[in-house]
Write a new protein. Sequence first.
Length: 185
Amino acid sequence: MADDSSRFADVGARYAHALLQLADEEKIVALAEDDLKSLKAMSAESLDLRRLIASPAFSADDKGRALGAIADKAHFSPLTKRFLGLLAANNRASALPAVIRAFERLAAERRGAIAAEVTTAIKLTAAQQKAISAALKQAFGKDPEISTIIDPTILGGLKVKVGSKLFDASIKSRLDQLKFALKRA
C-alpha cells in the first residue's frame, strides 16, 4: 500500500511541476492554484467526486468529461481545464489529490512560504491556528500556508505534514505506541 502512495506522490509531483511551468509561462500561477484549491474543496465535500477520481470502474473518457464539466461550471482557467483533461486521458485522475498537494507545495515555495497540512480531530480555534502558524514559522523560518483536515479517527492532538516530514502528536498514534510497547513487554 505504501508503494502505491509513493507512486502517486511521484506522479503527482511530475504533473504538478509541469502545470506550474505552463501556468508560469501564461503568468497565471495564482489562478491555477485557486482552481486546484477549489477542486480540492469540492472533492472534500463530495464523496461521489472522490469515488469518480479514485475508481478504476470509470473510464478515462468518463473522468475527463466529468472533470471538464466541473471545470466549466466552476469557471476554471482554460489551462486548468486542459490539464484536468490530460490527467484523465493519461489514466492519472486517481493521482489528482497528490497533484494538488504537490502544486500547493511548489507554489508556496515560489512565494517563499511553506505548505503545511494540519490534521486535527476537531475544528481549530483561531488562537490554535495562530499558535500552530507561529510554531511552524519558528521551526522552518518561513511563513506557513496551512490547510486543515478534520479527521475524528485521530481522537485528539494533531498531525502536521510539511513536505515529506510528518510530525504526529495525535492521541491515536500515542495509543498505538503504547499498545505496541505493552505487546513487547
